[in-house]
Design a protein around this ligand. Structure first.
Ligand code: ATP
Length: 261
């Protein structure tokens, strides 16, 4: 991982009426790392992401992406970014393939990128179905595919695990890890579930009431969890945790990876 900053925010602040959604936020996301932005509902994650993407203007502070201030008058940098935000929905009356083809044209990606991303996201079985008729999980896969079709250098994903089943969450986690490790893609991902990102992120920033309250790396987090398990859990509790994992594996082994609904 390099030390080059891909995303930097300084004193980033946004209010909505009396609500301070983001409060003097200083963040630095480095090239090739997976940074998880973890917070409870209403912590300010989506508002931060919308400012990172230039979708809304900060009240104060600044955002730099690829070293340049985010400026909606100069959209060229957006070609280097893939994003999944709640507003970016697919066209319901176009098929999965057509939606992806549209996205790849908008981003200037080559024609072969569509088949590649369909394969990458396991959307082959539903490629000819209308986006509006997909299950929630497959809608989320399509949103991820749209974010990825032009192989962006920076991925900004707001709660990408939403609506995915446990197997899907693991699959997406592995996909993001491979993108970071093999292609140097920088990933900024928000979540409200710590375990979801504990095995994925290189660093985790915990946000609360719009403020960054703690930043930790994965090794420190897993070390703390292991110490807790060793000191505080009984043999029985550890056995129960393993049993839960085993039950999940049993279920996964009896269902395959195709996403037909
Ligand atoms: P969640 O996990 O529920 O999506 P979040 O961490 O993404 O939450 P935000 O959506 O950024 O949180 O919201 C932060 C705060 O700002 C909340 O109190 C929210 O009600 C408020 N807020 C966000 N957008 C608006 C808006 N357009 N108008 C008014 N208040 C808003």
């Amino acid at each position: 991982m390099s030390t080059t900053a891909v995303v930097t925010t300084r004193g980033l602040t946004k209010t909505f009426g009396r609500v301070t959604a983001v409060d003097h936020l200083d963040l630095e996301v480095r090239q090739g790392e997976i940074y998880a932005f973890l917070g409870r509902n209403g912590a300010g994650k989506t508002t931060t992401i919308r400012m990172l993407l230039g979708l809304i203007r900060p009240l104060a502070g600044e955002v730099r992406v690829f070293g340049r201030p985010v400026n909606s008058a100069d959209p060229e940098w957006l070609r280097r970014v893939g994003c999944l935000v709640e507003t970016a929905t697919a066209y319901p009356n176009l098929t999965v393939g057509e939606n992806l083809d549209l996205q790849r044209r908008l981003t200037g990606a080559p024609a072969r990128a569509v088949a590649a991303v369909i394969e990458q996201l396991g959307l082959g079985a539903v490629a000819h179905r209308l986006a509006g008729q997909l299950s929630l999980g497959n809608k989320q896969r399509l949103s991820l595919a749209r974010a990825l079709v032009h192989t962006p250098e920076l991925l900004v994903l707001d709660e990408p695990a939403n609506a995915l089943d446990p197997a899907g969450i693991v699959e997406i986690r592995e996909l993001l890890r491979a993108l970071a490790d093999d292609h140097g893609t920088t990933v900024f991902v928000s979540s409200h579930i710590l375990v979801e990102v504990a095995h994925l992120a290189d660093r985790i920033g915990i946000v609360h009431d719009g403020r960054l309250v703690e930043e930790l790396d994965r090794a420190a987090l897993i070390g703390a969890a292991r110490a807790f398990s060793a000191e505080r859990l009984t043999e029985q509790q550890r056995a129960d945790a393993l049993l839960t994992l085993e039950l999940e594996r049993y279920f996964l082994a009896r269902t395959d990876g195709s996403h037909q609904q």
